[in-house]
Design a protein around this ligand. Structure first.
Ligand SMILES: CC(C)(COP(=O)(O)OP(=O)(O)OC[C@H]1O[C@@H](n2cnc3c(N)ncnc32)[C@H](O)[C@@H]1OP(=O)(O)O)[C@@H](O)C(=O)NCCC(=O)NCCS
Length: 161
């Protein structure tokens, strides 16, 4: 297993893993991933089994403290000098789940954000995953009013350094 950041060449594999992991209403499209990769490929963390992408985490950096739906689609909102590392997607292919792979990537994203002197890391999740992200130190801030995509109730969680 190897972990690295992304380049535009990873687009097809990233979009394929996303499609396997999320219902269509919640999944980011290949066009959205292209926009993200063009602006912040260095804020994608990819885990490979050989040449096969099996898990990834991604998100832009911003001075905005709260995660909004607009950020998902607009790669140009990335600010390399921003305060907060957002996490948009946490995905592991079904056959590779429960081996700690997403956990390895979340820890790597946290370590990198800390090394880059951010204020912390912010994500949104469904209530069934609150305990999972709490295990990395994220605190639940309640139901997000700024992220409602897919018609889902999202909790915002924050890890402040
Ligand atoms: C959520 C998701 C990313 C987790 O990926 P993963 O690689 O299986 O994550 P991990 O292996 O780090 O942890 C998952 C569970 O496996 C457990 N686990 C980790 N290593 C393990 C091991 N070696 N043996 C058994 N269980 C293990 C973890 O403790 C965790 O358990 P919990 O749910 O009871 O807390 C994955 O299920 C997924 O892609 N789901 C669909 C998309 C989604 O909902 N994403 C999150 C959006 S908020």
């Amino acid at each position: 297993m190897t972990i690295r950041t992304a380049s535009l060449a990873d687009l097809d594999q990233i979009a394929a893993v996303e499609k396997e992991c999320f219902p269509a209403a919640e999944a980011a499209t290949p066009a959205e991933f292209q926009g993200r990769l063009e602006h912040y490929a260095n804020h994608f963390w990819l885990l490979f089994d050989g040449d096969q992408l099996v898990s990834f985490v991604d998100g832009l950096v911003t001075d905005e403290p709260d995660l909004t739906d607009e950020m998902y689609a607009k790669g140009e909102m990335h600010n390399e000098n921003g305060a907060w590392q957002m996490i948009f997607g946490v995905n592991t292919l079904p056959d590779y789940r429960k081996h700690g792979y997403a956990g390895q990537l979340i820890r790597r994203a946290i370590e990198d954000a800390r090394a880059q002197h951010r204020k912390g890391v912010v994500l949104t999740c469904k209530d069934r995953l609150i305990h999972y992200y709490a295990s990395f130190g994220f605190k639940d801030e309640g139901i997000s009013e700024k992220s409602v995509h897919g018609g889902v109730v999202w909790h915002q969680m924050r890890l402040t350094f």
